[in-house]
Design a protein around this ligand. Structure first.
Ligand code: AN0
Ligand code: CP
Length: 342
């Protein structure tokens, strides 16, 4: 695997899941594979999980790791070609990228949507330059439009939990055990939730892309105007009534995203209206009550009592922590595949 961007890059999903569970049984099994190989992780944006889990994955495979926070100590980078560089940007991406490529064997990049131009974001202008000019395999650690390491971890988590019938309370928060009867084919609902600031579409885009490829009944719910790009959401049913969408669900995947600009390009990257008017979309016990004792998922970081109430995220059926733990597993599988193709 030379690029990890789309679900199609990982090939057969059953095989990818089998690889994930093999790694989870013994995450150090391929320690020799990464000997004297270096993973470079480039962050243009903040991160907790991606940074730590991807470093851990590289260490699992015996690799060396270099992490660079571009905005903390590196030169400010110009990204537009053809400009006279008289601003505060001292270096051009077109030199920086091949230089970074000199010091490593694999490159991971986090570069969020900038919301300046829908076209630039959806063409993956920054990541494509890394692919073109680094001379190294590139894996996406949340780009302008996708977050495949997250979506793969989400799929692993759904696979692990879909047949569980007895759930112990979270020792941190207490409560009573939950008994549930899973649907034969899990119903997975991606629900938009409110947020005060404009967030990217990368997480819901990838989640939709991966769920469309997985063996699940997938439904999307969001207010009108937040339609996701068809290249990711495909033919998945969209239900504008959140309560209806939640009926009988086995998994609720909450996430905010800003306007994808599909129906109104001029609204791209905006929070539509006053977010306080959308607080009925906050995932609470009211919506969870109509589900099939659904598991609650979120990629994190999450704003409590805006995206989800304390009671839902602290319930025994909240699996946000095991979901985050699986980021190490998805990243280990991805880096292993990339090392094998060097
Ligand atoms: C980012 C987002 O919504 O894309 C990262 C999520 C993994 N979240 C925030 O910026 C809060
Ligand atoms: N879920 C996720 O990617 O988290 P970070 O932004 O902390 O890496």
């Amino acid at each position: 695997m030379k690029i990890f961007q789309h679900v199609s890059d990982i090939g057969n999903l059953q095989q990818a899941l089998a690889d994930a569970f093999e790694i989870k049984q013994n995450r150090y099994k391929y320690q020799e594979l990464g000997k004297n190989k270096t993973a470079m992780l480039i962050f243009f944006n903040n991160s907790l999980r991606t940074r730590l889990s991807t470093q851990k994955a590289a260490l699992n495979l015996g690799m060396n790791v270099i992490v660079l926070d571009v905005n903390q100590g590196a030169w400010k980078l110009e990204t537009e070609r053809g400009v006279i560089m008289e601003s505060d940007k001292s270096e051009h991406l077109l030199e920086a990228i091949p230089v970074m490529g000199c010091y490593c064997d694999l490159i991971g990049v986090r570069s969020f949507a900038r919301f300046e131009s829908r076209k630039d974001d959806y063409e993956e202008k920054i990541l494509n330059q890394f692919i073109q000019y680094s001379g190294r395999p590139v894996f996406f650690m949340e780009s302008a439009t996708v977050h495949p390491l997250q979506a793969f971890a989400d799929l692993i988590t759904i696979e692990e939990y879909k047949d569980k019938t007895f759930i112990q309370p979270n020792p941190l928060f207490g409560g009573n055990p939950v008994q549930r009867t899973p649907n034969r084919r899990p119903k997975v609902v991606l629900s938009w939730a409110p947020h005060p600031k404009a967030l990217p579409q990368a997480v819901p885009n990838s989640f939709a892309e991966w769920m469309n490829a997985a063996d699940v009944d997938f439904v999307v719910t969001h207010p009108e105007g937040y339609e996701l790009d068809p290249q990711f959401v495909g033919n998945a049913p969209v239900e504008y009534d959140q309560m209806k969408a939640f009926e009988g669900a086995d998994f609720i995947y909450a996430k905010n995203w800003s306007c994808p600009g599909v129906t109104r390009p001029e609204d791209y990257g905006k929070v539509l209206g006053d977010y306080h008017d959308y607080l009925s979309w906050t995932v609470s016990d009211r919506q969870m009550a109509v589900t099939n004792q659904a598991f609650f998922m979120h990629c994190l970081p999450v704003r409590r009592n805006i995206i989800v109430t304390d009671s839902v995220i602290e319930a025994p059926t909240s699996i946000v922590i095991p979901e985050a733990a699986n980021r190490e597993i998805s990243a280990t599988v991805v880096l292993k595949r990339m090392l094998e193709s060097l």
